[in-house]
Design a protein around this ligand. Structure first.
Ligand code: ADP
Ligand code: MG
Length: 324
């Protein structure tokens, strides 16, 4: 079982950033209002994630760390809907199989928290122990890949791994302005984001310069909705990767999207620069296949020509409207 988990871990848990993404998504699934991420050594020494969500009941702690113990799928229909989001009860057992993991959780009705921990696996006779905790969950992942040296060797420097975590958390935070997020690395605070509007979150993460030069986009047609901000070509971005495109709340990188944006800029502004943008695209989930790979950022649109035309048209019109 541990070997199976380690193989699954190779898929789900590529590096610290992937661990953080899975664990933070669990916190959000548990309706946390605030999620705090703390790293040491780029996440290779320690990843600690604390949330104020619903928590896990004492009796369910062992299950949460056991393969395919997802509590989120109750019907086939639901399975189809959530499959693309990687909710398959694999994340925690996979992470445990390649780390020293401790899970402390307290539900709203518990009087204290319960802790369960293991190195690579939990002992068959392991019992949750009482531990102080406010309602919510804290997961500590130490020494990632300590028992899979081949994978450990693939890791880059601490600062590169940190950068990946930072980017992964920023993406999630941009799409979830109604939740608070904080990130610390080696004892230093990297950012702390209060709950607020999408615009406030965008400003906090992308900077005033971007916000000032950005054009608001808001279009809805044929069951598709595009909204967010795209910068004028005059905006020279300090962050080289200020390009966020979310499909139903998930960030994606997609050739069709890139091409629609480029064409809109070329057409409306005769600009050949690939612009900075934060855009949210919403459509019926059945119109998009996100299931290419849970950890990758790819999608496939069923009606790609319609989607391309809608994106291109929406951005082109918005840019034309502001052209002096
Ligand atoms: P999945 O998210 O696919 O269900 P995971 O392995 O990511 O599988 O998590 C296993 C289970 O542990 C979840 O279904 C959930 O019940 C529980 N869980 C994990 N993290 C949290 C959390 N932060 N708060 C509450 N429950 C959690
Ligand atoms: Mg999960």
């Amino acid at each position: 079982e541990q070997l199976i988990n380690q193989i699954a871990a190779g898929e789900v848990v590529e590096r610290p950033a992937a661990v953080v993404k899975e664990l933070v998504e669990n916190s959000l699934d548990a309706e946390a209002r605030a999620v705090e991420v703390e790293l040491e050594g780029g996440g290779l020494s320690l990843i600690r994630i604390r949330d104020d969500g619903n928590g896990i009941a004492r009796d369910e702690l062992p299950m949460a760390l056991t393969r395919h113990a997802t509590s989120k799928i109750e019907s086939l229909d639901q399975l189809e809907r959530v499959a693309s989001f990687g909710f398959r009860g694999e994340a925690l057992p996979s992470v445990l199989s390649v780390s020293r993991l401790s899970l402390v959780s307290r539900t709203a009705t518990d009087e204290h928290g319960w802790r369960l921990a293991g190195e690579g696996a939990i002992a068959a006779d392991a019992q949750p122990q009482p531990a102080p905790h406010s309602p919510g969950t804290t997961l500590e992942v130490r020494d990632l890949f300590y028992n899979t040296p081949a994978r450990r060797k693939f890791m880059r420097t601490e600062s590169t791994e940190f950068r990946h975590v930072d980017q992964a958390l920023r993406r999630i935070a941009l799409a979830r302005p109604e939740r608070a997020f904080a990130l610390r690395h080696n004892g230093r605070e990297v950012f702390r984001l209060a709950r607020g509007s999408a615009e406030a979150r965008m400003k906090a993460l992308c900077g005033e310069a971007f916000a000032d030069s950005a054009i608001l986009i808001e279009e809805e047609r044929l069951g598709m909705r595009l909204w967010g901000w795209t910068a004028l070509p005059s905006f020279s971005r300090a962050q080289p990767d200020l390009q966020y495109f979310f499909v139903n709340g998930r960030v994606v990188r997609d050739k069709l999207v890139a091409s629609a944006l480029r064409r809109a800029y070329a057409d409306a502004l005769h600009s050949t620069r690939y612009p900075a943008f934060v855009l949210f695209f919403e459509l019926d989930p059945s119109g998009v296949d996100v299931n290419v790979h849970p950890a990758k950022l790819e999608v496939r649109f069923r009606q790609s020509a319609t989607v391309h035309d809608f994106l291109f048209g929406s951005i082109q019109r918005a840019l034309r409207d502001v052209r002096p």
